[in-house]
Design a protein around this ligand. Structure first.
Ligand code: SF4
Length: 355
């Protein structure tokens, strides 16, 4: 009989499953709560995970080992950047491989979570797009990335994961059910206990799903990859813009801001001679000035296409100077982990399936 993947359950289903399990063994119900706490708060890694639950009776541990599992992903590779960023390649039970990145900074530990294996969106600056879309990750596969990295940090230096960003492989709003359920478990006190304002979902601009997300998960943070200040520019980089142009996208953004009362983040990739020009800066300033938002500038990390190059430092500064004349926040994201291809737009596994 297949074992039950405990992380594939939302919290209510997990509580029920554990309650059934302890009841079948004639154990008191509080044992279910103890197991749940162990899963999210204390577990270190390894095969013998259940055996670390030292306050449980032996027969309950044996039953857990027999009928349930916490990990279904295999680590294929770990890469360490000179700047402290780590990247893992995980293999799923059906042989697909995807990546997860942990980015440390002075007072934060952030994880860039994948929501899909590959991606269908075809953004020209992104290596993930070269994989095509393979499949959505399950709730359990999404949560296991966070579980794994939390355990890793705890064992490495006792630190805690502070931020979760759905900006690894994939378009999270194309896997909305599982991403919304994952956000619930990440935030819940009896789950990972990470604050809603520390959990961000980043979309390429799937307009109808932005409205749905605003209704489903209004308290989590949303970022939209704008990456172009006019339709010609954006369509040349992001095929999604041919389906929903900037006007449609901004209407959805405004509706999101109105429905949720949240400040929105627009991500904007800086590409020499394309998105990073004085005219584009003025257009972007006009867009941002009209709404409650902030701009995250992301200098291009080199990918497959030699025609796409990052701008010089002077060009970036000039672009920023134009934006800073507006009444909105502007941040520049420093590339993290480019030496291990862990930076924005660099995640890709060359093989769709491991032989
Ligand atoms: S940038 Fe995001 S949405 Fe676009 S292809 Fe890459 S992973 Fe997909």
């Amino acid at each position: 009989m297949a074992k039950l993947h405990l992380l594939s359950l939302d919290l209510r289903a997990l509580e029920d499953a554990l309650a059934d399990l302890v009841a079948n063994l004639g154990e008191p119900r509080f044992r279910a709560r103890q197991i749940q706490e162990w899963i999210f708060r204390h577990l270190a890694g390894g095969e013998t995970a259940f055996r670390q639950m030292t306050n449980l009776p032996k027969k309950l541990i044996e039953k857990l080992e027999e009928s349930a599992e916490i990990s279904v992903l295999q680590v294929k590779l770990r890469q360490d950047s000179i700047d402290g960023t780590r990247k893992w390649a995980f293999e799923t039970h059906d042989g697909h491989v995807f990546e997860t990145v942990m980015i440390p900074s002075e007072n934060r530990r952030s994880i860039c979570v994948s929501s899909q294996v590959g991606c269908a969106m075809g953004c020209t600056f992104c290596r993930t797009a070269t994989m095509g879309f393979i499949r959505n990750l399950t709730l359990g596969e999404i949560l296991e990335q966070v579980h794994f990295v939390s355990r890793f940090l705890r064992e490495e230096d006792g630190s805690r994961l502070s931020n979760v960003i759905f900006m690894g492989m994939g378009e999270p709003l194309h896997n909305l059910e599982n991403v919304a359920a994952a956000c619930g478990v990440l935030n819940a006190e009896d789950g990972f206990g990470i604050g809603k304002s520390h959990i961000t979902v980043s979309t390429s601009g799937v307009v109808p799903k932005i409205r749905e997300w605003a209704e489903r998960a209004p308290d989590f943070k949303l970022a939209i990859s704008l990456n172009g200040s006019n339709d010609a520019m954006r369509s040349s980089l992001m095929p999604v813009n041919r389906r929903w142009n900037i006007e449609n996208l901004l209407a959805a953004a405004d509706e999101y801001i109105h429905l949720t009362g949240q400040k929105l983040t627009f991500e904007y990739i800086l590409i020499q001679g394309k998105t990073c020009t004085p005219e584009a800066a003025r257009e972007l300033r006009r867009i941002a000035s009209q709404r409650n938002c902030k701009i995250n500038l992301i200098p291009l990390n080199r990918g497959e296409d030699p025609a796409l190059q990052p701008p010089s430092e002077e060009e970036i500064r000039a672009f920023e100077a134009v934006l800073r004349q507006g009444d909105f926040e502007v941040l520049r994201r420093r590339p993290r982990g480019p030496d291990i291809l862990a930076a924005c737009g660099q995640l890709a596994i060359p093989l769709k399936k491991v032989a």
